[in-house]
Design a protein around this ligand. Structure first.
Ligand SMILES: Cc1cc2nc3c(=O)[nH]c(=O)nc-3n(C[C@H](O)[C@H](O)[C@H](O)COP(=O)(O)O)c2cc1C
Length: 374
């Protein structure tokens, strides 16, 4: 349980209580060469929010950025589905009003489909950059020749990066793993860099490891040493010590699971205070209200239960009531019962890192299909 000391106001990079956004974002440009924007970002302190299917939506990205995430990556969407006119990927990828530095991620097997999908995303949202998923090991994705399957075929991975780069005036990045069943990413990483990738994110595990074992940052650093673009490491960074260790290697850092139910982790990585129990409650309340507003009603709350339970765990209280939340009032009652904290009490509401509530997410016309989970 974090120390119950009052926390200082969070460092804001999105409009919030402390005023307008600060600091550069991808998309702010890199002078003459937009590919340089990641080099500039990595020169500054801070970590990015890694893509997580089912989690890194607009409400969560906004909170992460409010606490200092340097940029945020949306969850992967299918290039084929987008190329065929499906609306699901557009709905999932939608930025919230005023969102800067949004990197949208595609999974793709075909350069033409990737180019068409990139064009749709660019026209709809003008994101800061597009990222190619080369690390998802989920069967449904791999069977379609996407995700980590691209690591078997550096030529195709490179062709997809080149096709996206030719289709839209945006930096293109790629996110990969260390290899399939052993460390062997060098060839594919060099190929996509040669094809124009502006930065590479590397999850420090192989595909067969999925999420087991420790991320291998030595292997990430070896990959980084072999290319001349910024490399952002991913895996097991959840505190200031791990963050500092990664930065000392000259690498950028992405945080995924360590941010679930804990968007203030980006403040902590930079030496900021752990939140008070009241702040944890205020943040979870903000998250739930934005989730309800963005998805158009309380019926969407069950999808947030995992994160609500994670907030409870951060405070060391039982998660039982949080995994049953069906209404905002359920959540308020759960906090009152579990921690004796009322989210709507003025002293708690004052710790909300954001001011305005999100609008309803855009609902692009067209068919929607079920999406695979990473
Ligand atoms: C639930 C979940 C969903 C994920 N979805 C994606 C995804 O859509 N795209 C991607 O490139 N990586 C995805 N990842 C991998 C993460 O971005 C990250 O590389 C990995 O979890 C290791 O970082 P961590 O130890 O900080 O969690 C996902 C991970 C999790 C746990």
């Amino acid at each position: 349980m974090p120390a119950p000391s009052p926390a200082p106001p969070p460092a804001l990079t999105e409009p919030g209580r402390a005023g307008p956004a600060r600091g550069p974002s991808p998309g702010d440009g890199g002078g003459d060469d937009p590919r340089r924007c990641f080099a500039r970002l990595l020169a500054a302190d801070g970590a990015a929010l890694a893509p997580m299917a089912g989690y890194t939506d607009a409400p969560f990205r906004r909170l992460a950025r409010a606490y200092g995430a340097t940029w945020a990556v949306s969850e992967m969407v299918s290039a084929r589905a987008l190329a065929l006119g499906d609306a699901t990927g557009l709905a999932i990828s939608a930025p919230h009003p005023g969102e800067r530095g949004l990197v949208l991620q595609l999974f793709a097997a075909d350069p033409g489909e990737a180019a068409a999908a990139a064009g749709r995303l660019f026209v709809a949202f003008a994101p800061a950059a597009l990222d190619l998923n080369m690390g998802c090991p989920v069967r449904k994705v791999v069977q379609r020749g996407c995700g980590v399957e691209l690591m078997r075929d550096p030529g195709r991975a490179a062709a997809i990066v080149a096709a996206i780069g030719a289709a839209v005036p945006l930096p293109v990045t790629a996110k990969t793993r260390l290899g399939l069943d052993r460390v062997a990413a060098r060839e594919v990483v060099s190929a996509v860099v040669e094809a124009g990738a502006a930065a590479i994110a590397v999850h420090g595990r192989t595909a067969t490891q999925k999420y087991a074992g420790e991320a291998d940052w030595d292997a990430i650093a070896e990959i980084a040493a072999a290319v001349d673009v910024p490399v952002i490491g991913s895996g097991d960074v959840a505190d200031a010590t791990a963050y500092a260790r990664a930065r000392a290697r000259g690498l950028g850092v992405m945080v995924a699971r360590g941010a679930l139910g804990r968007p203030w982790v980006f403040r902590e990585l930079l030496g900021g205070a752990a939140p008070s129990p009241q702040e944890v409650v205020a943040v979870s309340w903000r998250h739930a209200r934005d989730h309800v507003a963005w998805y158009g009603g309380e019926r969407a709350l069950p999808r947030l239960r995992g994160q609500l339970a994670a907030y409870a765990e951060r405070l060391g209280v039982a998660r039982g009531a949080f995994v049953r939340v069906a209404t905002l009032e359920d959540l308020a009652a759960a906090w009152r019962a579990a921690a004796g904290i009322d989210p709507v009490a003025p002293d708690v509401a004052a710790l909300d890192p954001l001011v305005d509530t999100l609008p309803r997410c855009p609902r692009p016309p067209g068919r929607r299909r079920r999406r695979p989970r990473a």
